[in-house]
Design a protein around this ligand. Structure first.
Ligand SMILES: Nc1nc2c(c(=O)[nH]1)N[C@H]1C(S)=C(S)[C@@H](COP(=O)(O)O)O[C@H]1N2
Ligand SMILES: [Mo]
Length: 198
């Protein structure tokens, strides 16, 4: 695939590479799930922002579909060392959702159907994270997190919670599923923050 440097405004390493240290590029799209794929009917789906907010807010699937959408192309990096370049997604910017709450919380814990959680500083969700429901112009496959997943492409892909149902905003930083298992609390692929202590 031809690469137009800078076109996507992505980060790159000191040598100008698009591939973070220790990663290899794959054309595949592996499926990595810690449990079974949940199947929540769309009429039972809601996305909720709760916790340290003046008032919680939530959207039904229909309401979520009516929000302003963005389509964007990013590289993704899994801690198991595969990277996939130039992936195209559509969905709603987390900024669009956060605009509906008043908060001073510094942390977010994303939560999903099936019980998966992952923690991200709220600052990392502003301007560079989305709740996506389309991959490559099609509805997101259930295996890849459909109907909707979080996408935080500047952090390792475990931060991109599949089957995401909301954000709990918090005063304290609560480690999520993999973070409690010894993965790095922040997970910057460019600093190889794979495990706790990296
Ligand atoms: N709900 C949920 N989200 C998840 C996971 C999971 O097991 N459950 N795995 C994470 C990990 S480790 C990775 S690498 C990516 C994998 O996404 P993919 O299966 O679409 O490649 O999802 C992340 N989000
Ligand atoms: Mo992963």
């Amino acid at each position: 695939m031809p690469v137009t440097r800078g076109f996507h405004g992505r980060r790159s390493g000191a040598d100008g590479s698009r591939v973070p240290p220790g990663q290899y590029v794959t054309p595949d799209f592996p499926v990595l799930s810690a449990g079974p794929t949940p199947r929540t009917p769309l009429d039972a789906w809601r996305f909720t922002i709760r916790g340290a907010v003046e008032a919680p807010v939530s959207w039904s699937w229909e309401e979520f579909q009516a929000l302003p959408r963005e389509t964007f192309t990013v590289d993704i990096h899994c801690v198991t060392k595969w990277s996939k370049l130039g992936t195209t997604w559509s969905g709603v910017a987390v900024d669009t959702l956060l605009a509906e709450v008043t908060t001073e919380a510094p942390y977010a814990l994303a939560f999903s159907d099936g019980g998966y959680t992952t923690n991200v500083p709220l600052a990392d969700l502003r301007g560079r994270a989305w709740v996506v429901d389309e991959y490559d112009g099609r509805p997101l496959d259930p295996e890849h997190g459909g109907p909707a997943r979080l996408l935080v492409p500047h952090l390792y892909f475990w931060k991109s919670a599949k089957w995401v149902r909301g954000l709990e905003l918090r005063a304290d930083d609560e480690p999520g599923f993999w973070e409690r298992f010894g993965y790095h609390n922040y997970g910057d692929p460019w600093k190889e923050q794979r495990y706790n202590g990296d």
